[in-house]
Structures are given as structure tokens and as C-alpha cells.
Write a new protein. Structure first.
Lengths: 241, 509
């Protein structure tokens, strides 16, 4: 079993890293032929950095759009970030002081993460407009996050697993040696859910994470009159004259 | 058209229930072979449309980062779902921005993503069938490319970009829209959207000189093709004859007269509108913009000023520098752009909006007004979508909101704002933008105007507003056509420079 999970983790990591890099390369190398920031937009690079920061950290546009979606979405994402940081302790030895410090917070963040996902799913099921636009994969994605959060919380609060052994297993993976892993069903469910999440990341809507950084309506400076902006393929048209 | 009636007003804010299929139909008239071929598009739907459409989509995905990112990034969160004026007005769920995008995204997923190829049902992917293509023609002509949805999207997804791509694909397989493509043909052939030839333009301007003389006793000139003039005015051709547009043109002329600015129109390039943007075709967009460059070089002007027109100002402000070099900051080695940029006077922003010009003159005390002349008006201002969300003025973010309002307050005493959730960057489209200002879409236009009419109705009731000021030719036409259906006087809508024209003191400066 532990050999199988080890192989799956290697594969998922490979898909995640290679897939994501490939996707990011595609976004980065596709030109933006026209200036299309949604205005009013900042006119300086510093201003754009601020706008992007507000967007990525506080979900500024979503805040303007709908307070419920913003509240639940922000709760989910902030909790998830904390939970991921907490899990660093399984991959580093000795554990950094700040990672140790956030352990209890990260644990409760698991609860708020679950609440956030359930709230978002509730919206998806109950609000007519959002139900209309939902695909089966939208629902499955939320179920996947519920499975990750619920199994993780179960191990923290109900059926404890041998976390020392889990850490041993992941430390081993990082050095290409397969160590024993506790066989609890709940742990296996937790790990397999994460494997699935990593594998589908570069081919699903999870691409919103890298995508937002490449969105021209948000990351462009509003200076079209001051500086000529032209894509290589568009410049070619000028020499054809 | 007589059977089109206004929907009832509702309580603001409005999130309507869904009425699936409410706006199903054939969409606008399809362009005939003559119209299509004049632009280099196939005359009618080609036999291998399926393969060509998919190939075109692939081509666009490689050329536009916006489309590439927007196809992937949507998470179906629903932030945009209640933001489109066409959705609010029609209740058709396919007019929710996310659903409109999904008309294309579903096809993208099927042909360009692994999950869509393997498990189409799971991820909402579908084949490009004839039904899907018809649906595109219908619903991508129910988007006015106003960008309101993009304000609220956490990833900045702009449905306008998707609509433009869809129309570009439709054109490339011979399934174009009559209204847009016919107009683009006229610009290429004659120089403006109306098909008004040079001699007729000169005639019209002479007539205007007489009218203004009769009205004010002062010789205000409307020059055409004057070499060596300082300012080239590029304005929507509706300003030359349509009501109430023409009153703003008179306003611009009076501002130039009162400030002693030498200016000219160009008969070869007598159009600010650029419908190339509406159909998302870069080559058309560029070709139309090049006429302005050509006129500027030929007439040797120092400044280019753009009249009251929403999408034209977006194209001028955001795209002209890219397309035609009208602007500043081209590379030293960029001979194409430098040729023009060396000629222009960079103490001024190039191009300038007429509102920037007028406000600059007001700030320098070069203009004076008799504000009482506008006392019969209680004025509110409708931010035009393309100006609000696709451009700026004055060189700082938000100048596009302040400057027109500053002008109104400088020339009139009574100004009232509408509900703030529908002004500034959150403004509604008038319902006729984005290449939909055609009679065959009248039902859509009336329903699309509903959200603005509901909010206008509020300030009419509460504040006695009787003048809706705008700075867009499409807004002017759309409102003067749809407002009577909502029981308002059609003369209630007018340009900001119409108010300037009413109050400006000529001759004493």
C-alpha cells in the first residue's frame, strides 16, 4: 500500500509541476496585442502591484460583486493557505519556529476551511443562477475539498493517526526511499484526495490560481497614450504596408 | 416595431429570477455576400465551417492572452451572474456573463483541453454543432461589450473579449452580422459610418455655420480639410446630422471659436467610431484607425481631439497608439509611429477627448459661461460604458468620471447623481452599444435599457431630473429611440457639449 501511495505521489507531483509550468509558459508567451485594463486602473507599475495584491489577497473584485460569495470564498482560501503552511512540518526537519507556532491555528483553519467549502456548495445548490451555471465537475471539486478537509479534521480530532510515521514516510519520499505508512483508511482517503487534487490542478478550473496573475484586465498599466504598446504579430502588419 | 412595449419597473436593486429561453431566436440579420466579401470574409457559411471555426479559435488562443486565460480561469463562482444589463432586462440565463462565456468555453474545453476530450459531460464540454453556431450568433449579439461584468470578476474575465472572439470566428466562417459589417464597408469606401461623402459634409458644415450665425449673431466656423490647422477633430459621424448629436458638435465648434483654436474636420476621415472593435477583428480595427493617421499626416495637424463617443474614445485612448501611432512614447527605432509622433505637440495628451480639451480651457479661465442658460435643466449624467471601463481622461485614474461632471457643473446649476451602484465604473450600458444599434434588435435594446431606465425613473420622481447628459453617440441614439417607449420625452437626452453650447459666452474673450 505504501509503495502504491508513494508512486501515486511521485506521479501527481510530476503532473502538478510539469503541467503547471507548461500552462504558465503558455500564458506568459501568449501576447496581449491591445491595452485592455478594466479602468479606472493604475498608471504605474507600483500601482499595478498594489491592485494585484488587493485582488489576490483580499479578492477585491469579488467583494464588490457579492458579499456572501466573497465571505465564504475568502474564508475557504485563507483557511486553506494556513492549512497548507501547517503541513510544512511534514516536509522539513527541524521544523521552523513559525511553522511550529501556527500549528494550533492551522488546525482550527481546517474547520473554517470546511465551513467555507460547505457554504460555497450550499450557494451552488440553492441559488438558482449559480445552480444553472454549475457543471458536474464544479460539484465534484467541492466534494474533493470536503473529503480532504473532513478526513484531515477526523485525524486531528477523532481517530488520531501516527503522525510521526506519516512524517517519516514523506521525509523518505523526498529522499527517494519508501518508508512505512500507517494503514488507517482515513489517512489513505486523505492522501488519495490530495493526489487527485494535484493531478487535476493543471487541467481544471484550479488554473484560476496562476491565471489571475496573467489577466490583462488586472495586470496592465493604464498608460496607452504615454507609451506605445505593440505585439510582435501586430508589428509585422506595419512592415507589410 | 409598434408592438414593442416597455417592461414594468421593479424595486432596485434587482436580481431577477431566470426565464430560460426568453431570448432564444435567430439573432440579428446575417450579412449578405456583398457585405461580407467587401471585408474579405467568406460570403456565406462555408461548407467546412466546423473545422475552420475550430482552427480560428486556436489561432485566436495563440494571439490573445486575454482569451487564453479567460477560457481557463473561470470557476463558475457567479460573481458576474447578476451584473449584465441584458440579463437583468431579459432574465434569459444565457445572458448571464458566465453563461455567455460558457457558450464558447464549452467548445474550447471539448477541442482544446484533456478533460473535455475525455469526459465532455463531466466538465460541460460540447461539440461545435450547427445549433451551437446559431446560438453563438444569437447570444454573442446580445452582449454590448460594455465590460460591466469584468469589474466584478475576481480574475478580471472580460466577456467583451470572448464576444469579440466569437464574432471574429463567425465572420471567418461566413456568418457575419449585417449591421456591423455593412457599416465597416461604408467607412472603407466613403470615410464614415453614414456614407456621407465629402461634398455633402462640406455642405452640412456650411449650413451649420449659417444656423449658428442666425442663433447667436457670431461667425462660428466649421472648417473641413484645412491644412495646417492646429486641431484635427475626429468625431462620430452622427454628430453631423443626428439629433441630439448635432447640438454637441455646435458646442465643440463654439469652444474652439471662443478659445481661438484653429481646427478642422477631415472629409477623408470623418468618423471616430470604429466598428472593427465590435467584431473583434484586429485588421479591420487597424485599417479604420489608419484613416485618422493618414488624415493627420496629410493635414499636418499638431493635435488630435475626439468628439463625444464611447467606444470611439476607448479605441482612441487605449488602441490608437498601438494601431496607428497616434500617441506618445514610441521607440526611437519605431519609424512607423515616430513619423506621426514627431509631428504632434506633446505638451498635450495625444489624442485628447473633447471634454479634456474643454475642461483644460475652463481651468485656464479661457472660457466663460452664463450658467443660468441651463437653469431649465435638472441634469443627471450617465457614464458611458466604454469611457467608464475602457479608457480614462486627464491622466489619472477616474478622470473619465470627474471631467465630464466638472464641465456640467461649470456650465449649469442643477446637477443630480443617479444611484451610485449604477454610475462610475458600475454604470450600465445604454442597451445599444457594441454593434447592436440596429432596428432588428429593437426588442433586445428596449429590454437592455430597462436597468438604466429604472434608475433614471428614480431621480426623475425624486429630484425632477429632466436632462440625461451623455458623452456617447450610441447612447444618444439608443436613448432617444427607447426613452419614449418608457414614457420619457426623447429630447431629455443630450450631450455634455450641448449644455456647454447653451451656456458658453462667445465673443467676449
Amino acid at each position: 500500500m505504501n509503495a502504491l501511495i508513494a508512486v501515486l505521489f511521485y506521479l501527481a507531483t510530476l503532473l502538478f509541476v510539469v503541467g503547471l509550468l507548461y500552462r504558465i509558459r503558455t500564458y506568459a508567451t501568449t501576447p496581449s496585442p491591445l491595452k485592455i485594463p478594466t479602468t479606472p486602473a493604475p498608471t504605474t507599475t507600483g500601482g499595478v502591484v498594489l491592485r494585484m495584491t488587493r485582488e489576490v489577497v483580499f479578492f477585491e473584485s469579488l467583494f464588490k460583486a457579492n458579499l456572501w460569495t466573497w465571505g465564504l470564498g475568502w474564508l475557504f482560501h485563507a483557511s486553506l493557505a494556513l492549512v497548507i503552511l501547517r503541513h510544512l512540518r511534514y516536509f522539513i526537519e527541524p521544523v521552523w519556529a513559525w511553522v511550529g507556532f501556527i500549528q494550533p491555528f492551522g488546525m482550527y483553519a481546517g474547520i473554517t476551511m470546511l465551513l467555507g467549502v460547505c457554504g460555497l456548495w450550499g450557494r451552488r445548490l440553492l441559488v438558482e443562477r449559480i445552480r444553472y451555471i454549475s457543471t458536474p465537475s464544479d460539484h465534484l471539486m467541492l466534494i474533493l475539498f470536503i473529503s480532504i478537509a473532513a478526513s484531515g479534521l477526523a485525524m486531528s480530532f477523532i481517530v488520531h493517526t501516527d503522525v510521526i510515521a506519516v512524517k517519516g514516510f514523506f521525509q523518505g519520499l523526498m529522499h527517494f526511499s519508501i518508508q512505512p505508512l500507517p494503514g488507517d483508511a482515513i489517512l489513505v482517503l486523505h492522501l488519495l484526495s490530495v493526489v487527485v487534487l494535484m493531478a487535476i490542478f493543471p487541467i481544471s478550473k484550479l488554473l484560476h490560481a496562476p491565471g489571475v496573475f496573467f489577466s490583462p484586465t488586472r495586470n496592465q498599466k493604464d498608460d496607452p497614450r504615454e507609451k506605445r504598446h505593440i505585439a510582435a504579430w501586430a508589428k509585422k502588419l506595419e512592415s507589410e504596408n | 416595431m409598434a408592438d414593442i412595449t416597455a417592461p414594468a419597473y421593479r424595486v432596485i436593486p434587482i436580481i431577477p429570477a431566470l426565464k430560460p429561453g426568453a431570448m432564444e431566436g435567430k439573432g440579428p440579420y446575417v450579412a449578405n455576400d456583398k457585405i461580407q466579401e467587401a471585408l474579405g470574409f467568406p460570403g456565406a457559411l462555408v461548407e467546412d465551417w466546423h473545422d475552420r471555426a475550430i482552427a480560428k479559435m486556436g489561432d485566436l488562443l495563440g494571439k490573445y492572452r486575454s482569451l487564453r486565460v479567460f477560457m481557463d480561469a473561470c470557476v463558475h463562482c457567479g460573481a458576474c451572474s447578476d451584473k449584465c444589463h441584458y440579463f437583468i432586462g431579459t432574465q434569459d440565463p444565457k445572458n448571464m456573463p458566465v453563461a455567455r462565456q460558457d457558450l464558447m468555453r464549452s467548445v474550447y474545453r471539448r477541442y482544446f483541453t484533456l478533460p473535455g476530450k475525455l469526459f465532455p459531460k463531466l466538465v460541460g464540454a460540447r461539440d461545435l454543432t450547427r445549433e451551437v453556431l446559431d446560438e453563438w450568433h444569437n447570444y454573442f449579439h446580445q452582449c454590448s461589450e460594455c465590460r460591466r461584468c469584468s469589474v466584478f470578476c475576481p480574475y478580471g474575465i472580460d466577456t467583451a473579449e470572448v464576444t469579440m472572439a466569437a464574432r471574429e470566428i463567425l465572420d471567418s466562417v461566413g456568418y457575419g452580422q449585417k449591421y456591423d459589417n455593412e457599416i465597416i464597408g461604408k467607412v472603407h469606401k466613403i470615410g464614415n459610418n453614414l456614407g456621407l461623402p465629402g461634398p455633402a459634409l462640406i455642405d452640412t458644415m456650411e449650413g451649420l455655420e449659417e444656423d449658428v450665425k442666425e442663433d447667436t449673431g457670431i461667425d462660428v466656423r466649421f472648417p473641413v480639410d484645412v491644412k495646417g490647422a492646429e486641431v484635427l477633430l475626429i468625431t462620430p459621424s452622427a454628430d453631423f446630422f443626428a439629433e441630439p448629436h448635432i447640438d454637441s458638435l455646435i458646442g465643440y465648434a463654439k469652444v474652439f471659436h471662443a478659445t481661438g483654436t484653429s481646427w478642422t474636420l477631415s472629409s477623408m476621415s470623418s468618423e471616430a467610431a470604429n466598428f472593427g472593435m465590435f467584431i473583434g477583428n484586429y485588421e479591420q480595427l487597424r485599417k479604420i484607425a489608419l484613416r485618422i493617421r493618414e488624415a493627420a499626416l496629410e493635414l499636418g495637424v499638431k493635435r488630435i481631439v475626439v468628439g463625444e463617443c464611447g467606444h470611439a474614445w476607448r479605441v482612441a485612448y487605449s488602441f490608437w497608439n498601438t494601431l496607428s501611432g497616434v500617441g506618445d512614447g514610441a521607440d526611437e527605432t519605431d519609424r512607423f509611429a515616430q513619423m506621426l509622433q514627431k509631428q504632434l505637440d506633446h505638451r498635450y495628451r495625444q489624442p485628447s477627448h473633447i471634454c479634456e480639451f474643454t475642461w483644460d480651457m475652463i481651468e485656464k479661465s479661457r472660457l466663460s459661461f452664463d450658467k443660468e442658460a441651463n437653469d431649465k435643466h435638472i441634469i443627471t449624467f450617465h457614464d458611458s460604458c466604454n469611457v467608464a471601463r475602457g479608457s480614462s481622461m486627464g491622466g489619472y485614474p477616474g478622470g473619465q468620471f470627474d471631467i465630464p461632471r466638472n464641465i456640467i457643473k461649470a456650465v449649469a446649476n442643477n446637477f443630480v447623481e443617479m444611484d451610485p451602484s449604477t454610475t462610475h465604473e458600475r454604470t450600465f450600458c445604454c442597451g445599444g452599444g457594441g454593434g447592436l444599434l440596429t432596428d432588428d434588435l429593437m426588442d433586445l435594446r428596449v429590454k437592455g435599457a430597462l436597468p438604466r431606465m429604472e434608475v433614471l425613473h428614480q431621480v426623475v420622481e425624486e429630484n425632477g431630473v429632466n436632462f440625461l447628459a451623455v458623452i456617447c453617440a450610441i447612447c444618444k441614439t439608443q436613448f432617444s429611440k427607447t426613452m419614449p417607449i418608457y414614457g420619457f420625452d426623447r429630447r431629455m437626452v443630450g450631450g455634455v457639449h450641448q449644455l456647454v453650447s447653451n451656456a458658453i459666452k462667445l465673443g467676449d474673450k
